[in-house]
Design a protein around this ligand. Structure first.
Ligand code: ZN
Length: 331
């Protein structure tokens, strides 16, 4: 397979290349990874590979089907579940009816299902039937932030491809290719700040800023944890509940908080970071006041809560969980 358009993800590429060489492409994949991690790039590559008519490594990028997939105009590559298109039972049943209509021009019909984690159990069960009993020419690519939100029965019918964050070097190389007009310094800063998520690096270069409230909130959390002030931490988290922070705001806060912890760990290891002065100060504060173990535990908690933000967990509950977890780290 030709997966060069996907940055990083060496082990995923090996997995896919090995399996494809042995058994050919599967009829169902789950593409799992956070927003901006390359799920759409990989879905495009798999869809093109499924309909490619070129010889040699697939997708070839030069045959007509490959070009059509790239242009988003291939009639046998169908996207569902995007903005404003909810994958409820009725929608999944409609897809099932569509699946029984033979492909227009390709030997396969490829369905790309976005936000697969938002499907409720009934929708997933309807999809399961299609995965199990659908016509042999159909293929399904389920895109999700969180594969564990899918029913085990659905997961067991699919090959799970987990996209991993890219390294700083991989991010820099990708940004150099896609953002040549930015300075080396700008690209390097974005590569360091993106936590291995290229979509985030691109957003940073394109001027999309993190919510200032999230930045301020994460700094507050760090200062209060460094002071081992259990009460102040609880107060802050109760405030999140009182001010009705929603799950997206909390997710932004947690992402920022994870970045601060990572900077603190890097600083504690004695490495130099290329940060703005305020972040630099916070990183040094964390390195001085918190043990690496505490920072790791705080990061683990933040990761768990970030995952919870993707489920139907109430934001008040997440804020309370954060307060209780951090208070425990003060002891
Ligand atoms: Zn091709």
């Amino acid at each position: 397979m030709n997966l060069s358009a996907l940055a990083g993800n060496t082990s995923l590429k090996h997995q896919l290349e090995g399996e494809t060489a042995r058994h050919g492409l599967s009829h169902a994949y789950i593409l799992s990874g956070p927003a901006g991690s390359g799920k759409h790039t990989l879905a495009g590559l798999l869809a093109a590979a499924l309909v490619c008519t070129g010889g040699g490594d697939k997708p070839c990028f030069s045959c007509t089907p490959c070009k059509k997939v790239r242009g988003g105009i291939h009639p046998d590559v169908i996207s569902a579940g995007g903005e404003g298109d909810v994958l409820n039972v009725a929608r999944v049943r409609a897809l099932r009816s569509d699946a029984y209509i033979k492909p227009n021009e390709a030997p396969r019909k490829v369905y790309i299902l976005e936000h697969a984690q938002d499907m409720n159990d009934s929708s997933q069960n309807a999809l399961l039937k299609l995965l199990e009993e659908g016509p042999p020419y159909t293929a399904f690519l389920l895109l999700t932030d969180n594969a564990t939100a899918l029913l085990p029965t659905v997961r067991s019918r699919c090959q799970v491809l987990t996209l991993s964050p890219v390294t700083v070097q991989e991010a820099e190389a990708w940004l150099a290719e896609h953002y040549p007009d930015h300075t080396l310094q700008e690209r390097s800063a974005a590569a360091h700040q993106c936590q291995g998520i290229l979509g985030r690096a691109a957003a940073l270069l394109e001027g999309e800023r993190t919510d200032p409230q999230a930045i301020e909130g994460a700094a507050q959390l760090l200062q209060r944890l460094c002071a081992r002030d259990e009460l102040a931490l609880m107060e802050f988290c109760t405030g999140l509940e009182r001010d009705k922070w929603d799950r997206d705001q909390l997710a932004a806060l947690l992402e920022e908080w994870l970045l601060l912890l990572r900077d603190g760990l890097v600083s504690a290891a004695g490495a130099r970071l290329d940060l703005d002065p305020r972040r630099q100060k916070l990183a040094e504060l964390a390195a001085r006041r918190l043990s690496p173990k505490t920072m790791m535990q705080a990061a683990e908690l933040a990761e768990q809560l970030h995952t919870a933000c993707g489920f139907y967990v109430g934001s008040g509950h997440i804020a309370g969980w954060l307060g209780a977890g951090l208070a425990q780290l003060c002891r």
